[in-house]
Ligand binder design. Structure first.
Ligand code: ADP
Ligand code: MG
Length: 242
């Protein structure tokens, strides 16, 4: 836990949501209340799947956990730090240091090589733990995910699965404690999707990073320690057990 930790924080929780609501305002239209009192604890190193219908607020929830957005009411704590009380600049620092994101589309920069792409987050993260220099870590992780021969390729020369693996390395480059993946296999065929899921779970163990995956895929969800269903603005165990 950091020096800025909230006095009421639960020391064993990596992420804690307490009574979180999120309303979107659109001019000339009624507010949309997407989250209506979400409570959640994610412990260090665990794996969690969040499932739910399209439009139920899964991406909204993930963005709040990763300090990409702020909730309307309630509290979001990341590693004991209450994100509601932090400035935009502090939130950016938390994101760069503690959180890795993987999205449905890889969002690699087309004009940069794979190696350059995965190193970009290190520019924003500040010194941190540099026991393994970023260039060495990039090289090691790219080998680890099977991209050792592709490091100096531009993204357009990679397959869909290879691009997602590069995006996973980019998400892990700063040694985050939390990896957030929003439909990471949504654009992949079944075989490639299964392989990416295996890789995410292996890296969860090897890197000790907690993994929260939003997915439509019940087979993928079933491989996580637990699954929660987001419906009508609340999180609950899915019917038939977690
Ligand atoms: P999911 O990821 O489960 O499909 P989202 O979190 O993307 O759901 O969206 C939940 C609801 O919130 C949707 O009705 C969506 O239209 C609305 N929404 C999401 N982002 C915004 C935004 N920035 N402004 C207004 N409404 C939004
Ligand atoms: Mg979504």
């Amino acid at each position: 836990m950091t020096a800025n930790a909230d006095a009421n924080a639960d020391a064993s929780a990596l992420v804690e949501l307490r009574g979180v609501t999120k309303r979107y305002r659109a001019p000339g239209a009624p507010d949309v209340e997407v989250l209506r009192g979400v409570d959640l604890r994610v412990t260090a190193g665990e794996t969690l799947a969040i499932v739910g219908p399209s439009g139920s607020g899964k991406s909204t929830l993930l963005n709040l956990m990763g300090a990409l957005d702020r909730c309307t009411q309630g509290e979001v704590l990341l590693d004991g730090v209450n994100l509601q009380q932090r400035s935009e600049r502090e939130l950016a620092a938390v994101r760069a240091r503690d959180v890795g994101f993987v999205f449905q589309l890889h969002h690699l920069l087309p004009q940069c090589t794979v190696r350059e792409n995965v190193l970009i987050p290190t520019l924003a993260a500040g010194p941190g733990d540099r026991s393994e220099p970023p260039a060495d870590r990039a090289q090691r992780l790219l080998h680890r995910v099977g991209l050792g021969e592709r490091m100096d390729f531009l993204p357009h020369r990679l397959s869909g699965g290879e691009r997602q693996r590069a995006a996973v390395v980019r998400a892990l480059i700063n040694r985050p404690r939390l990896l957030l993946a929003d439909e990471p296999t949504g654009s992949l065929d079944q075989h490639t999707s299964d392989a990416l899921a295996s890789l995410l779970l292996e890296l969860n163990r090897e890197e000790g990073v907690a993994l929260v995956v939003v997915t439509h895929s019940l087979p993928l969800a079933g491989r996580m320690h637990r699954t929660l269903l987001l419906r009508q603005g609340r999180l609950a165990p899915p019917e038939g057990g977690a």
